[in-house]
Design a protein around this ligand. Structure first.
Ligand code: SAM
Length: 325
């Protein structure tokens, strides 16, 4: 049903969810559109998204970690919840896929993804679409991907049935960047503490003029954070997510988890970057943050022999539509 955007306040969305209101799913989707339309033009800057070797490697490595290199390049691929196109466009640059189609619930994000694709010289078709009802015929794609989208979708069993429907028999899906239950709880605590400490310290006389963000920008960040809190609908236990996906009809399902100490480092860093004057942080800072994250990620891979998968921050999942259905 159509929701009047004036009704979509963080409080209303949270109350609908808490009270089991039948409109909770539609309100969450409307909040997603508001929040992501609002973020679309500044999203790449905010999340250090680019289409350079760093981001190509990041996307390719996530794909290989869970789905390997069999079948490259996938001929026809669809991304759901594409945002500004970060995942599919970088997978395309990495040689994982040929023909790309991007969809998102937010019109602003689809427009940004098309702009980024054109900037790279790619022809990519974009559509505004809900992952719970994908506007493509059955068996349209060899590959369906998504990054940091599953935790926003109200009805995941429906979304996975849709992803399997639009895949050709034997086709693969792969999703990455989804928060685990434990990892998310730790990351949120660390981020809250970093925000409080940074905004307090950068208000001190002597630091304020150079390090503090303008008040209006901090207020905008706080409003965005309030809406963000109600668009994040799920965190995952990897085994439960795999069971949900098998129940939707997938075969060959596999999950991998990543980032333990890397997330304990990465979330405070990201929050710090949002809280201070961005002019103080140059390329040197960005490279320090990225290289530290890489080193800690390598440590986390070594630790995965001892630390249970559910303690890691990110879950990645892959599987296939059965070849005979
Ligand atoms: C956290 S952003 C990630 C964007 C991009 N995949 C990336 O990794 O940069 C989540 C995206 O999912 C989209 N989204 C949320 N709910 C959706 C739904 N039900 N169907 C399709 N897209 C959705 C949002 O509009 C947003 O662009």
């Amino acid at each position: 049903m159509a929701i009047d955007h004036a009704e979509v306040t963080p409080e209303r969305v949270a109350a609908a969810r808490r009270d089991g209101d039948p409109l909770a799913g539609d309100l969450a989707k409307a909040a997603n559109v508001l929040y992501h339309d609002w973020e679309a033009d500044s999203y790449d800057r905010k999340w250090s998204i680019d289409y350079d070797q760093r981001c190509i490697d990041y996307a390719r490595d996530r794909f290989v970690a869970v789905a390997g290199t069999d079948g490259w390049p996938y001929r026809r691929a669809l991304e759901i919840g594409c945002g500004t196109g970060f995942f599919l466009l970088n997978l395309k640059q990495a040689g994982v896929l040929d023909e790309g189609h991007v969809t998102d619930l937010s019109p602003g994000m689809v427009a940004a993804a098309e702009r980024n694709a054109a900037g790279l010289g790619f022809t990519v078709s974009g559509r505004v679409a809900d992952a719970e009802s994908i506007p493509y015929p059955d068996a349209s794609f060899d590959l369906v991907v998504g990054h940091a989208v599953l935790h926003h979708i109200p009805d995941l069993p429906v979304a996975f049935r849709e992803a399997l429907r639009v895949l050709k028999p034997g086709g693969r899906f792969m999703f990455a960047g989804e928060p685990t239950r434990y990892g998310d709880a730790v990351a949120r605590r660390l981020s809250r503490a970093t925000w409080a400490a940074t905004t307090t310290v950068t208000r001190l006389p002597g630091l304020r003029s150079r390090w503090s963000r303008p008040r209006a920008e901090l207020a905008e960040s706080s409003r965005a954070a309030a809406l963000e809190a109600v668009v994040d609908l799920h965190t995952f236990d990897p085994a439960e997510l795999a069971a949900l996906v098998r129940d939707a009809g997938a075969v060959g399902v596999r999950t991998v988890t990543e980032e333990l100490t890397a997330a304990w480092f990465g979330w405070p860093v990201r929050t710090f970057e949002c809280a201070v004057n961005p002019d103080r942080l140059g390329l040197g800072w960005a490279m320090f943050a990225y290289r530290s994250w890489q080193r800690l990620s390598a440590l986390d891979r070594a630790l995965s022999r001892f630390v249970p998968a559910r303690f890691y921050y990110n879950v990645l999942i892959t599987g296939r539509r059965p070849a005979d259905r």
